[in-house]
Design a protein around this ligand. Structure first.
Ligand code: NAD
Length: 299
């Protein structure tokens, strides 16, 4: 299978590498030169542009930061056509970025008019899951489109869920990330409280992990530096899932709550706490660094 992969960031780069390792022909592209250089060194063929990457591709995959990047890539900017005008009819386009469901639906409509299948397949599982090929995909597509995408998704992930029609994958993803954002704050609060009262963060984390407070952050992504060797907290909060990306997702959750007048008080509070953390200059750090904004000051 010939695959074009657009967006070689923390997630997209390792996902593209896994496709190549599985024997697919991959033409990759990112606007960032350092990202291209990093993954050229990892053995990916880097195309000169997104247009160049999609030439001859049977499947196009994108992994970009936010709605506006996906809109600009596929639909173009005022007066200039987007990538959809360069993708051959019959091609399957899989967007794995976390963006607004309405944007996925908008791009899918434009794609359909050009005879192209566009589906949303946002992911969960973090950078560790991207590298290991164990991501969870939440797919918004017709059953036929999902079956077409499945063999490729299986090379990058171990769980593939059909959430519903196009856009439904995004809705599932932002519900999940609203919960993740809230539980990372709760986990950080609890560890910081225990440590301020003299507990060892490692011991407390293990007690809570095996008790009724156990959750994904305690299992795989402990926010306290040094508790888990591979967690971003133990690497100066570098890499991982940026605070500003979490802030974007919590904003999407609030937008979709507003659209149906749902009550999401903790989602709203979590968004404000990540916004304050970002404004304090930590937007580029992994989102688990929110612990620093919640930590008790030592005397
Ligand atoms: P990132 O910022 O590391 O990477 C995004 C890449 O897209 C950058 O390298 C950027 O240069 C590139 N890009 C932007 N516009 C482009 C364009 N028009 N053409 C080509 N390249 C372009 O982000 P990430 O952490 O890889 O996340 C990507 C998406 O996945 C986001 O929507 C995020 O919310 C979601 N996500 C991230 C994680 C995580 O743990 N990092 C987990 C699940 C989902």
């Amino acid at each position: 299978m010939q695959i074009a992969f657009i967006g070689l960031g923390h997630m997209g780069g390792p996902m593209a590498v896994n496709l190549q390792k599985a024997g697919h022909g991959v033409a990759a592209f990112d606007l960032s030169q350092p990202a291209c250089a990093r993954f050229a060194a990892a053995g990916l063929r880097i195309a000169a542009s997104a247009r160049d990457a999609v030439q001859g591709a049977e499947i196009v995959i994108s992994m970009l930061p936010a709605s506006r990047h996906v809109q600009t890539l596929y639909l173009g900017e005022a007066g200039e056509g987007g990538l959809l005008t360069h993708i051959a009819p019959g091609t399957l386009v899989i967007d794995s970025s976390t963006i607004a469901a309405a944007t996925s639906q908008q791009v899918a409509r434009a794609a359909e008019a050009a005879g192209i299948d566009f589906i949303d397949a946002p992911v969960s599982g973090g950078t560790g899951g991207a590298v290991a090929g164990t991501l969870t995909f939440m797919v918004g597509a017709s059953p036929e489109q999902l079956e077409r995408a499945r063999p490729v998704l299986e090379k990058m992930g171990s769980n593939i869920f059909h959430a519903g029609a196009v856009g439904a994958g995004q809705t599932a993803k932002i519900c999940n990330n609203m919960l993740l954002g809230i539980l990372m704050i709760g986990t950080s609060e609890a560890i910081a409280l225990g440590v301020a009262n003299g507990l060892d963060p490692q011991v407390l984390s293990e007690i809570m992990r095996r008790s009724s407070g156990g959750n994904w952050a305690l299992e795989k992504y402990n926010p306290w530096p040094g508790v888990q060797e591979n967690a971003p907290s133990s690497k100066g909060y570098a890499g991982g899932f940026g605070t500003d990306l979490m802030l974007k997702d919590l904003g999407l959750a609030q937008e979709s709550a507003g659209a149906v007048q749902a009550s999401t008080p903790l989602g709203g509070l979590a968004r404000s706490l990540y916004a304050m953390h970002s404004m304090a200059g930590h937007g580029g750090l992994d989102f688990s660094s929110v612990l620093q904004s919640l930590q008790w000051r030592s005397a």
